[in-house]
Design a binder for this molecule. Structure first.
Ligand SMILES: [Ca+2]
Ligand SMILES: [Ca+2]
Ligand SMILES: [Ca+2]
Ligand SMILES: [Ca+2]
Length: 399
């Protein structure tokens, strides 16, 4: 799941704003109140919204309440092909990430830190996926302290880890995208142990990302694959037991896709998905309820470099919006309204930042989803989803 601003970057630039739309006032109007409620929102980041000051080769970020105090914390995967320290950033309330804990003692080539309750004890654990280094499981003590507890799979050219219950037994399994090799699924034994493996896709697939959702409405999870290296993208229909053998291709057949996200975007009961592409526009695919595409809508820059995607209702109008993290281009939100309305692009972040990952969640507790970005060779940060001010307020210098 974005963006970045060199650490000393001027605050004015960080105001580079996302204006999100209007709809917040109706409840108040219905109550007959005349309160002044800002109609527009901005995605804003400043020097106090950094996730530390490091400039690692960050690859992904995940938000979740790891210490059980009710606010969202952040876990960042660092390294990619070069060993680095993964970090847990603890929210001190209001979106102030003022405490950092290292995750484990080994530095490794991390691409992913997936946050999910792996052992079923009610707290969020972490699965760490590395590029050709052992993948690790860290179990949470409930207070955000993580102890290494086994791992999953063998070292391989892993690019992402996605948690989903692919065999329908109630525990989250781990879906691994592996570039130029068979992708893997590791089935959870219910206590965070992973001894049973499946594969999906084809041996040479360059799958970078996957979204798990029930595309054909038969009650089990299916997979949407983001494939690179000129390979066709595909939907794989699941059998409910962890196998995905029925393949339907989507897209042009040679899309360079690096990110996917899935949800029912148009409210017709069928799951849709978004593909984030490199060197071409991104695409909204509206599903036909059978794993195929009913309609495709391109959006974003012609030469886009989308590395990460998330879906969230940023303006709380009841319709999911798209957040795109881009490499060497500004990140952008795409606000969606009625199906007939065009997407409204709102760029944010710094053009030179290389956004490898992002996640969306309400880190300051105001009810509006904020955006966390993992930037390669730049600071990771939070973009708060805030009411737009009439005049951008000058940010105070850090003291
Ligand atoms: Ca917390
Ligand atoms: Ca747990
Ligand atoms: Ca499972
Ligand atoms: Ca299905």
């Amino acid at each position: 799941m974005t963006r970045r601003a060199r650490r000393t970057r001027a605050c004015a630039a960080l105001g580079a704003a996302l204006i999100v739309g209007a709809a917040a006032l109706e409840a108040d109007a219905a109550l007959g109140e005349r309160r002044e409620v800002p109609a527009e929102r901005v995605l804003r980041s400043g020097s106090r919204n950094l996730l530390g000051t490091g400039e690692e080769r960050s690859a992904s970020v995940r938000l979740g309440d790891v210490d059980g105090d009710g606010d969202l914390d952040a876990v960042v995967a660092n390294g990619r092909h070069w060993p680095a320290q993964n970090l847990v950033h603890l929210n001190q309330g209001g979106g102030r990430f003022n405490v950092i804990r290292p995750l484990g003692v080994d530095r490794a080539t991390s691409y992913a830190t997936e946050l999910v309750d792996l052992d079923g004890d009610g707290d969020l654990d972490i699965a760490v996926g590395n590029d050709v280094a052992p993948n690790l499981v860290f179990l949470n003590d409930g207070e955000g302290r993580f102890e290494r507890a086994g791992g999953f799979g063998s070292p391989t050219s892993l690019r992402s880890v996605t948690a989903a219950d692919v065999d329908g037994d109630g525990d989250p399994d781990l879906i691994l995208c592996v570039r130029k090799r068979l992708n893997e699924i590791h089935l959870n034994d219910g206590s965070g142990g992973f001894t049973e493996q499946r594969t999906f896709g084809r041996p040479g697939d360059s799958t970078i990302d996957v979204a798990a959702a029930d595309l054909d409405g038969d009650g089990d999870l299916d997979l949407v694959l983001a494939n690179r290296d000129g390979q066709a993208n595909a939907v794989l229909l699941g059998d409910g037991k962890g196998s995905f053998d029925e393949r339907l291709e989507y897209g042009s057949g040679s899309d360079e896709t690096r990110a996917v996200a899935a949800a029912d975007l148009d409210g017709d009961g069928h799951v849709d998905w978004v593909a984030g592409n490199i060197g071409q526009r991104d695409v909204l695919y509206f599903g036909d309820g059978k794993g195929g595409v009913r309609e495709a809508v391109s959006f974003g820059p012609e030469d886009g470099r989308t590395y990460a995607l998330a879906l969230a209702d940023l303006d709380r109008d009841g319709v999911l919006d798209v957040v795109a993290g881009r490499a060497g281009q500004p990140d952008a939100a795409y606000l969606r309204g009625a199906p007939s309305e065009p997407l409204r692009e709102r760029v944010f972040g710094e053009p030179e930042d290389v956004t490898y990952g992002l996640d969306v969640g309400d880190v300051n507790g105001d009810g509006f989803p904020d955006v966390a970005v993992a930037v390669s060779d730049g600071p990771n940060r939070i973009y708060l989803n805030l009411p737009q001010r009439p005049e951008p307020r000058r940010e105070r210098r850090p003291r």
